[in-house]
Design a protein around this ligand. Structure first.
Ligand SMILES: Cc1cc2nc3c(=O)[nH]c(=O)nc-3n(C[C@H](O)[C@H](O)[C@H](O)COP(=O)(O)OP(=O)(O)OC[C@H]3O[C@@H](n4cnc5c(N)ncnc54)[C@H](O)[C@@H]3O)c2cc1C
Ligand code: HEM
Ligand SMILES: Cc1cc2nc3c(=O)[nH]c(=O)nc-3n(C[C@H](O)[C@H](O)[C@H](O)COP(=O)(O)O)c2cc1C
Length: 1064
């Protein structure tokens, strides 16, 4: 029986056109594939197109006898430029056959080998540019690879030099082409009546087309007047004869083909190759173990010599990296074919002759059935040792298929190999924003969006500069050259010993600790340089101590330490760190039982094992514990005492290295917008979820995401907040300032404060420092030196003596203390130096992109604590949650999507049962998962059962979403909700907490478990521990296991099919 092909709902005249994102059609095709599965149909302005997404169906369509290439809408628009050129020709056009036979040999392997010197010529221009600009220069790889591939194809095939590297902007030809292609895409999906009204857009499109034709004609004309003896593409087109018919391309065809086709070659070839290089660079930076393996291969094969063609043949890993990069991101992702006869596809879908198909190779390349559960991961190893060759036929087809497959493949491959190997041989690379995750931009081909890197010559001397832990904290918009931070200078004429402070940090804590050490260095007689661990990859500092502050994330390093850790583990030799003196402090959290302090421990041990000298035992702080900051302070004090002895330096009392100069008074009202960052989301909804009687407030927020930003169910939104206005007011009032007053800060040591430019006090206090962080023990000691009042000194001593209960638990901040003790004479600069920099906060996204890819929602608990008599008369307000609570629709927020761990997403197999355990706002990611399956079910797909075990107080207070979408999803049979009401257990089968409900319903839970369910836990540590315990108890009971055995099995199950998100 024929299975109907699903289709999203249509609207009159337009059909499904509005379901396609104008900027990123591929993104929409992907989401539709997730929703509808292996095949769906779209009505594109009256044309019905079947989109196929699975490797199995792509294989069926890869049959030249039954299916033939057609020129789809967007390429049809390109025909206005390229006519019946090779790339854009219809199957039955004679000029295609002639051009095909003529040009194939020009792109044969032997000819491509002859192009080696020209390829190297252009490649060396890129290498020179990156070397000369140096490590501070922010590189846009996509732009530079476009320059490179355009210049290479023009030189190799037409002996023409665009000289793109000698101009700041891309050549006008490139810009015209990008705009032209983008508009071709848009035109294909625009009704003709709308098109007719868009006169200025059409005029621009025509102008772009004319510019490209003019340039191409100029090249041809030049060759006619200056003929050369070279068997290049242009000569082949001008003078070659079709071996079959003896015909050349007639005059008209030559002009059209050459002018059009030179562009069409350029467009098919240079854009896609540039994209391949950009994606490969991105994946290598995201997967440092692959980068290191590739570097080793390049070094072993070339031994530092210039790269030759023979070298390339000996680099299988390089080949694998490129294959894997273009599998994950095929740069020409969709091709179109038409059925030549009636048929039944894969034995289940009836297809009529003439039916058009869009083959979505991006989806097929991610098909879990063929590539495995890790299909979305970058693993070049899967392309090695015969594994690539053993894949089912047509699973990998980035270069198309059959008669109309790419003829430029050997050219593109040789060029990409040469360029990637040359870059790896010459540079250390790092992301400009360590937290960057791939976003894609689409014209006719695909490239990474807003992707910026920096490159340091591998033989270069050490060069560090401070880059923040998150792009949200970046001091400037990406794309502009980074400015090195001011380094600590010797202030008394005597040379100070150097020291290096390195950090690996995602959310800013380790970074702020490192910052503190770097700022304090000069008062202990050192000249500090600060930077991320990744910036020190491959370097060994022996001219001063190295202090490393680093964290772990699910046992892995922070984004800006990944390369360094990989190098320590695998790249560094056994005696690599001889002469290095170092100290490590680890930030961690005991909630991650198995991987607590994994990275700091590893770094500390490897450095010693490979020759380094440990200056003092590794310090550790537990973010979940009560003495996190105190432990750091104690370790720092110990570290300075060891360092000053070791290096014979002298510690002085607190040194004012930060100066504040008031430059302007009371004029600037508008608070300064801190970043001209394009990553600004817009609030579209903000409503209370809890009932008025609830003790805590929870809210639902929705954001319109910045253009091009995408997410998966389970990901996080990182938010850069500002301090609550009442808190800012208090701080400003304490220093007797007016909010509009402007100051200019300058510092002799590295700082995350905005330096050397006027900024008003309001902006400074709102956005740059954490005003309500509890005072650290060190802060208390400093404050004690700044008062002469004996009573105050004694109070401060009391706080120090009972730090945890009196300061930490009550969250007594420096500001609270200053307000309560006016006799403490602290300057604004000291106050600013005592405060940690503003941190980003992460929130689980509580929606699915299948419901709306442009909007993401959050489910947020608003943190508010009681006043503390004698210390703080006002309530404590959590910074980010209260910032979010007050946002109004229309307001803009600095945010970014952060991907969650690979496990914390709905399973790719829709039939897998899902068990979700959560409490409070821990419901957030679960709501996204349920919404995703609801959408899939709505589209006619079979989905497995979902159970939601949800803990809250009572239906009258905080049973989140129970009256809107959750109720609907229950009604539609998508999810089975099992609440546990802690204050109304009589309404939840007598169960008070989630774990009680799980135990009560253990028959259902065990049934899902035995059917291969995946487990997700989200909420506080208490919830996670409770769930873990009850699951072990269930296992014990069901399988008759002893405690130890049950623990062992559960641990394995958790690793294989569990995932938890614990809110610290
Ligand atoms: C991976 C991840 C996902 C997360 N997802 C979500 C989510 O979906 N929804 C959500 O609401 N949160 C989520 N969080 C928590 C969120 O990131 C913030 O930590 C939380 O909103 C508090 O931030 P804040 O800036 O408002 O408070 P902060 O100013 O950072 O203060 C928080 C601190 O205040 C203290 N505190 C808490 N309550 C009180 C009180 N009553 N009195 C005194 N002190 C108190 C705690 O020690 C806490 O450390 C998530 C956290 C992580 C790590
Ligand atoms: C990584 C780089 C490249 C990729 C991913 C790529 C991909 C493709 C794909 C998928 C097709 C088939 C399109 C279809 O079926 O509609 C194709 C065709 C083509 N490509 Fe490429 N290409 C690349 C580089 C090049 C280069 C460098 C050139 C020229 C120098 C080139 C010239 C062509 C031509 C002329 C065709 C049309 C062939 C025909 O229809 O006979 N390509 N390419
Ligand atoms: C998602 C996530 C995973 C974590 N995984 C670990 C871990 O495996 N081991 C550990 O010791 N700490 C873990 N932590 C705790 C962090 O290391 C700790 O919060 C640290 O202070 C963060 O430092 P940073 O702010 O410099 O990034 C994790 C925290 C989060 C949010």
């Amino acid at each position: 029986m024929s299975v109907p092909i699903p289709q999203p709902p249509t609207i009159p005249f337009l059909g499904n056109v509005l379901a396609i994102d104008k900027e990123l059609p591929l993104g929409s095709f992907g989401l539709l594939a997730k929703q509808y599965g292996e095949i769906y149909q779209l009505n594109l302005l009256g044309r019905i197109v079947y989109f196929v997404n699975s490797a199995e169906l792509v294989r069926e369509l890869s049959d030249d006898k039954k299916f033939q290439k057609i020129v789809p809408g967007s390429l049809n628009e390109v025909r206005s430029l390229a006519g019946d050129g090779l790339f854009t020709a219809h199957a039955d056009e004679p000029n295609w056959a002639i051009a095909h036979r003529l040009l194939m040999p020009a792109f044969g392997t032997a000819n491509i080998r002859n192009m080696w010197d020209d390829m190297k010529d252009i490649c060396s221009q890129l290498i020179l540019k990156w070397s000369r600009f140096g490590p501070d220069y922010v590189i846009s790889p996509t732009d530079d690879f476009t320059r490179l591939t355009l210049d290479t194809i023009a030189l190799c095939s037409m002996n023409y030099r665009f000289n793109s590297f000698y101009s700041e902007t891309l050549p006008p030809f490139c810009e015209a082409m990008t705009d032209f292609l983008k508009e071709c895409n848009a035109r294909a999906n625009r009704p003709s009546i709308v098109q007719a009204l868009m006169t200025s857009t059409t005029a621009k499109w025509e102008a772009d087309r004319k510019l490209m034709i003019d340039v191409s004609s100029e090249i041809v004309k030049h060759r006619r007047h200056h003929p050369i003896e070279k068997k290049d593409l242009l000569n082949t087109m001008l003078y070659g004869r079709d071996p079959k018919t003896g015909q050349g391309l007639d005059d008209d065809a030559i002009t059209k083909n050459v002018s059009g086709d030179s562009s069409s070659h350029v467009l098919s070839g240079h854009e896609t190759t540039s994209g391949l290089l950009s994606f490969a660079t991105y994946h290598l930076l995201k997967n440092p173990e692959c980068l290191i393996r590739l570097r080793k291969e390049v070094d072993d094969v070339t031994q530092g010599n210039p790269i030759t063609l023979e070298h390339l043949a000996k680099m299988p890993y390089l080949n694998a990296v490129l294959r894997e990069a273009i599998r994950l991101n095929p740069t020409a992702a969709v091709r179109a074919v038409v059925a030549l006869e009636d048929c039944v596809l894969a034995g289940r879908y009836s297809v009529k002759k003439g039916q058009g198909f869009a083959i979505n190779n991006h989806e097929a390349h991610h098909d879990h059935k063929v590539w495995g559960e890790d299909a979305d991961e970058f693993k070049p190893e899967r392309m090695l040792d015969g594994k690539f060759e053993a894949m089912p036929p047509e699973s990998w087809q980035p270069f198309g298929f059959g008669m109309r497959a790419c003829i430029g493949r050997p050219f593109a491959w040789q060029e990409a190999q040469l360029v990637l190997a040359s870059i790896i041989q010459t540079f250390d690379l790092c992301f400009n924003n360590p937290g960057y995750t791939l976003e894609i931009k689409q014209a006719l081909t695909l490239k990474p969006k807003d992707f910026y890197i920096r490159a340091t010559l591998r033989s270069d001397a050490a060069h560090l500069l401070s880059t923040p832990s998150s792009s949200l904290l970046a001091p400037k918009a990406a794309g502009q050259p980074a400015k090195a931070q001011v380094e600590a200078e010797a202030d008394d004429g005597t040379p100070k010993p150097k020291m290096y402070v390195l950090y690996g940090s995602n959310t800013g804590t380790s970074e702020s600790f490192a910052q503190r050490i770097a700022s304090d260095a000069s008062s202990h007689g050192f000249k500090a340089t600060i930077g991320t661990m990744d910036q020190s990859t491959g370097r060994v500092f022996t001219d001063g101590p190295v202090v490393i502050i680093t964290a772990s994330f699910e046992g892995d390093p922070a984004d800006n330490a990944a390369q360094a850790v990989q190098w320590l583990e695998q790249g560094a030799s056994d005696a690599e760190f001889n002469g290095l003196k170092y100290a490590v402090f680890g930030c961690g959290n005991r909630d991650w039982v198995r991987t607590y302090q994994r990275i700091p421990t590893l770094v500390d041990e490897v450095l010693e094992k490979k020759g380094g000298t440990r200056l003092l035992p590794r310090g550790e702080g537990d973010a979940a514990g009560s003495s996190f900051f105190e432990d750091f302070d104690a370790w720092e004090a110990e570290m300075w005492s060891v360092l000053t002895k070791e290096y014979n330096t002298v510690s002085k009392k607190v040194e004012e290295t930060l100066t504040v100069e008031t430059t302007k008074s009371g004029t600037t009202r508008a608070s300064e917008l801190r970043q001209p960052d394009t990553r600004l989301g817009t609030v579209t909804q903000n409503r209370v979820l809890t009932k008025p009687s609830a003790s805590g407030i929870k809210r639902h927020l929705e954001f319109a995401l910045p253009e091009g930003v995408s997410f998966r169910a389970g990901d996080y939104l990182a938010i850069l907040p500002v301090n609550p206005p009442e808190l800012v007011k208090r701080a400003i009032a304490h220093f007797g300032l007016s909010p509009e007053e402007e100051v200019t800060l300058s510092s002799s040591s590295p700082s995350t404060l905005p330096l050397n430019r006027p900024i008003n006090i309001q902006s400074l206090m709102s956005g740059y420092v954490e005003l309500s962080q509890p005072a650290s023990t060190k802060d208390l000691q400093v404050l004690s030196t700044l008062t002469d009042d004996a009573a105050t000194k004694s109070t401060l001593e009391g706080l120090l003596g009972d730090y945890k209960a009196s300061v930490l638990t009550k969250r007594i901040s420096v500001l609270d203390i200053l307000e309560a003790h006016k006799d403490i004479k602290v300057s604004l600069s000291t106050f600013l130096r005592l405060l940690p920099p503003m941190r980003i906060r992460q929130y689980s996204i509580s929606s699915s992109p299948l419901a709306d890819p442009q909007h993401a929602t959050l489910t947020v608990s608003i943190v508010e604590g009681a006043p503390v008599p004698g210390h703080r008369d006002v309530p404590f307000l959590g910074v980010a949650s209260n910032y979010l609570a007050r946002l109004q629709p229309g307001e803009r927020v600095q945010l970014m999507v952060k991907p969650s761990g690979t496990q914390f997403h709905p399973p790719s197999d829709l039939s897998t049962p899902i068990l979700m355990f959560c409490a409070g706002s821990g419901l957030a990611p679960m709501r996204g998962f349920i919404q995703e399956r609801a959408k899939q079910k709505e589209s006619g797909r079979e989905v497995g059962p979902m159970y939601l075990f949800f803990g809250c107080r009572s239906p009258e207070e905080d049973y989140l979403y129970s009256e809107d979408d959750l109720a609907e999803w229950v009604k539609n049979g998508v999810v089975d909700v099992r609440p546990a009401f802690s204050r109304a257990s009589e309404k939840s089968e007598g169960c008070k907490y989630v774990q009680d409900r799980i135990w009560h319903d253990r028959e259902d839970v065990m049934k899902a478990y035995n059917e291969g369910a995946r487990f997700y836990v989200c909420g506080s540590r208490k919830v996670a521990t409770g769930v873990q315990k009850v699951c072990i108890d269930m296992l014990k009971e069901a399988e008759k296991l002893d405690d130890e055995e049950a623990h062992r099995i559960w641990e394995k199950v958790e690793q294989e099919r569990g995932a938890s998100d614990i809110f610290e």
